[in-house]
Ligand binder design. Structure first.
Ligand code: HEC
Length: 131
């Protein structure tokens, strides 16, 4: 029998919960909703906000204000960075996943964990709701 502990440790919390729900036969398992307030805001507060407030270098350079949902959805001086429902096309996800050639977010700092990147991807794909 495979060692279930090692398997679980390599996955994100939400993914494990989804697996357990699926195993229990819950039909809502695959639709588990990511919450802006509970899942995304803590990551922004920990890893992005220092630079993305007025006076911070991310805000001063790009205009992106990450203090709240409205600021995130407004985007940069050049326009939105989130395309609700389409993480592949969203510059927000491009930046944190490192899909752009010369720039990644957090700027010149350690990248987000794959779990955090996954939360952003699912949140955008689920419509980038203010939930
Ligand atoms: C150390 C400071 C710093 C941190 C931390 C930081 N950023 Fe930035 N961010 C910047 C700077 C500087 C720019 C402008 C980059 C440029 O245009 O050269 C920027 C620009 C951006 C842009 C617009 C990029 C574009 O060209 O369209 C996005 C989206 C972004 N940041 C998201 C984030 C997210 C999400 C986080 C947290 C995971 C984050 N940033 C953390 C400094 C930071």
């Amino acid at each position: 029998m495979p060692n279930i502990h090692h398997l679980a440790l390599s996955l994100c919390g939400a993914a494990v919960a989804t697996m357990l729900q699926a195993a229990a036969g819950s039909t809502s398992a695959m639709a588990e909703e990511i919450s802006f307030k509970d899942d995304i805001v803590p990551i922004i507060k920990g890893r992005c906000i220092d630079c993305h407030v007025p006076g911070g270098k991310g805000y001063e350079k790009s205009g992106l204000d990450l203090r709240n949902y409205e600021g995130l959805m407004k985007g940069t001086n050049f326009g939105p960075v989130v395309v609700p429902g389409d993480a592949f096309m969203s510059n927000l996800n491009v930046m944190i996943e490192g899909r752009a050639k010369n720039i990644r977010m957090p700027h010149q700092l350690k990248r987000l964990t794959s779990c955090d990147i996954d939360l952003f991807r699912r949140w955008v794909n689920q419509g980038a709701k203010n939930n």
